[in-house]
Structures are given as structure tokens and as C-alpha cells.
Design a protein around this ligand. Structure first.
Ligand SMILES: [Zn+2]
Length: 385
């Protein structure tokens, strides 16, 4: 059994909305999973890291990404962009549909085949060390209940967005949401205006009829503030995403944060980027969304971390991306950047600044540290002792 200890943690942000800040300074990892969280843990270990008083967060999850095949982003002909996300501490990537594949199929057999290929690729491939959840089937007319059962049996946990295929009306897509709930395949839905990469415009009425599980980029500006409120209230089980592609500081995100606060429902909030969107990629992805929501919408940093990690893990039943015993040891050790006026990671987020990540770990193994981490350098460094 391999054992790793991280000690001398200054602030421990769990990503768990039930308990976002933990009163602990040590994490014991056994065979890639978190075995113990506590104060002053002593154990015979293969590796001991001194966090030097820095902050530990879970590895973040981008809940809205359009992967294609392997690491290729065909629309901008980009490669290795997931590596950059992973090295900045975004260690979980949820596909919202492999929509950028050139001349992608649009019939039922074709979308199922594409989802199958994508799922099987990312079961083996971890770009830059990140865990990618591909195979998000694009909902099209002609898919059957049997298809949803097959997806579940393959291990596919979700669909791509309603609105990327032609099953956009409740009479076509509504039953797919039902099949999804029956077989544990979560459905996502594009909301608001059409985007460049082939999405249809999705009105509040359409979405209410479809009853999806995840409302993508709900504060994207395509829906009115009243529509956002209507969807949050009338689809109380649905998760809601704030997305980088829509500038998360606008009045729509501000209204959404106010509404979730009033309803005590920050557990529904997830963060994504739509990367690579029809328009490009966002440096530091989820970190930027967290900073924007804290600085411009008054969200507490520890809640923002939950939205960027554990809430999404909960939505998809992942046993990772939360600092919790039994979960995969996917985590970041970070600090204010070198030269920053901020005293801590939480202060950085409150000001809308991306912290300096000094060490990124997935399944207890370091995937980036020091100069290989892809943020501004952290003020302090982790020491291997
Ligand atoms: Zn979308």
C-alpha cells in the first residue's frame, strides 16, 4: 500500500457544500484515496509533503466542455489545451457533447456511435493527467429507451446538451429526460440564444417541457432574469451552470446568486467554460469563473470552490473532487501569487484574482508542481520532507 501525507495545511477548503471549510491541517492518502483528514496526523508514509501553511482545495471540475477526439479541438485547431487546464488544477472535465467534430453525425445511430467512441477513448486517456468524462450523447430524434439503457450499461453518465441536436421540443426530448432519470444518465440542456457551434435557441418554455437535469450557462444572457428565476423555481431538481463563455459578472449571474442565496440552494450551482467554445479557450477556466462570481456577485470563496468541484461531483455521482474520506485524492495546494497584495487564496478569489497553484495531485500522484503548474507562481512552495 502506498501512503502519502500532506501536513501543515493552512486552510482546507473541502468542496463539500455541507461543510466547505474543514478544521484540519493534514490529509493522509492511501493508494490514491483520501484515508484520513485531521489535525497533526502522524503516519509512516512513503511520501510526506509540507504544505507550508498554504490552502488545499479539491481538484476543480469544468462541468461544460466540448471535447472532440482525444486532445484535438478542431474549431480552432488546438491541441493540448486540456493539459493546460489540468496543470492549473482543473482535474475533472465533463463533456457536454462532442459537438465540434467536423461533419459530426446527426442521426440516432451516428450520435450513439460518436458517444461510444468518445467514452471509450477517455476511459483510457487522461490528457495532462485530467479525468475526462466523454461520451455525452447528443439528443436527437430517433433515440430510444433501449439506447439510454445501453449508454448506462456502457458507463456513460450523461448526455450532451439538448439544443445541439434536433430533439429540442418537449414531445421529442421530454421522454429522453425520463429515460435518463430511469437509467442514471443525466441530461444537459443548452439555454438561451444559439451559439456558433450549431446550437438551437432554447426558450424557457421549451426547457420547462424538456425537464433536463442540468441547465447549462443559465445566466448567459439569452434568457431574461425573469426566465432564469422561473427555471430555478419550476425545475427545483435541476443543477444550474454559470459559464465562462457568458461573462459571469453580469446582472444575470448577480440575479442567479441572489436567488440561490434566498433559496439556500448553492448546492445546485456548477461552473463551466464551454471550452473550447465556438469562440476559443479561457485561460484558467473554472478559476476565472470562481473569481468573477466572488468579486462581482458577492459569492463566498469557499462556496465558489464547492461550485467548481464537489457540487458537480455530486451531480454525477463521482467519488472525487471533494476533500472527503474515501474519495480520490484529486487536489490542489495553492496560495496567493508571488508579489500579490492578497494574504490568502480566499482573498484572491474575493478580488477576482486567480491564485497561484503550486501542486496538483490526481489519485494521489503529482501531475504538476512548481514551474510545471500553469498559474502565476504561488508565494510559498510545498516541500517534500
Ligand atoms: Zn450550450
Amino acid at each position: 500500500m502506498s501512503k502519502t501525507l500532506i501536513k501543515n495545511i493552512g486552510t482546507l477548503l473541502s468542496g463539500d457544500i455541507e461543510c466547505p471549510v474543514l478544521d484540519a491541517d493534514s490529509i493522509l492518502i492511501e493508494d490514491g484515496r483520501i484515508a484520513e483528514i485531521g489535525k497533526g496526523i502522524q503516519a509512516e508514509c512513503d511520501t510526506v509533503y509540507d504544505a507550508n501553511g498554504m490552502t488545499v482545495t479539491p481538484g476543480l471540475i469544468d462541468c461544460h466542455v466540448h471535447v472532440s477526439i482525444s486532445e484535438w479541438g478542431p474549431r480552432q485547431s488546438t491541441m493540448h489545451w486540456i493539459d493546460a487546464y489540468a496543470a492549473s488544477g482543473i482535474t475533472g472535465i465533463i463533456s457536454a457533447g462532442e459537438t465540434h467534430v467536423p461533419s459530426r453525425p446527426t442521426d440516432a445511430a451516428g450520435v450513439k456511435a460518436l458517444a461510444t467512441v468518445s467514452h471509450k477513448i477517455y476511459e483510457k486517456l487522461r490528457p495532462g493527467g485530467a479525468k475526462v468524462y466523454g461520451g455525452a450523447i447528443i439528443p436527437v430524434i430517433g433515440l430510444t429507451e433501449q439506447d439510454f439503457q445501453d449508454l448506462h450499461e456502457m458507463g456513460i453518465m450523461h448526455t450532451g446538451e439538448f439544443g445541439l441536436g434536433n430533439a429540442i421540443n418537449p414531445e421529442d426530448g421530454g421522454k429522453m429526460s425520463e429515460w435518463g432519470r430511469k437509467y442514471g444518465v443525466r441530461t444537459m440542456c443548452h439555454t438561451g440564444v444559439s451559439f456558433l457551434a450549431g446550437s438551437k435557441s432554447m426558450t424557457a418554455e421549451r426547457i420547462l417541457g424538456l425537464k433536463p437535469d442540468v441547465l447549462c450557462h443559465i445566466s448567459g444572457g439569452g434568457l431574461s432574469v425573469e426566465d432564469v428565476q422561473k427555471l430555478v423555481e419550476q425545475l427545483p431538481e435541476a443543477m444550474v451552470e454559470v459559464c465562462a463563455v457568458n461573462k459571469p459578472g453580469t446582472k444575470f449571474s448577480q440575479a442567479l446568486m441572489k436567488l440561490l442565496r434566498e433559496r439556500n440552494e448553492f448546492c445546485r450551482l456548477m461552473l463551466g467554460t464551454d471550452s473550447p467554445s465556438g469562440y476559443g479557450i479561457f485561460p484558467h477556466g473554472v478559476w476565472e469563473v470562481m473569481g468573477m462570481l466572488c468579486a462581482m456577485c458577492g459569492l463566498e470563496p469557499e462556496i465558489a470552490v464547492c461550485a467548481g468541484s464537489g457540487n458537480t461531483a455530486n451531480c454525477y455521482g463521482l467519488k472525487s473532487n471533494m476533500i472527503r474520506v474515501g474519495y480520490a485524492a484529486d487536489l490542489n495546494v495553492c496560495d496567493a501569487p508571488k508579489g500579490s497584495q492578497c494574504g490568502s487564496v480566499c482573498e484572491c478569489l474575493r478580488e477576482g484574482t486567480v491564485p497561484g497553484v503550486d501542486l496538483v495531485m490526481v489519485d494521489g500522484k503529482v501531475i504538476a508542481s512548481g514551474k510545471t503548474a500553469n498559474t502565476a507562481p504561488a508565494r510559498r512552495s510545498v516541500r517534500k520532507v
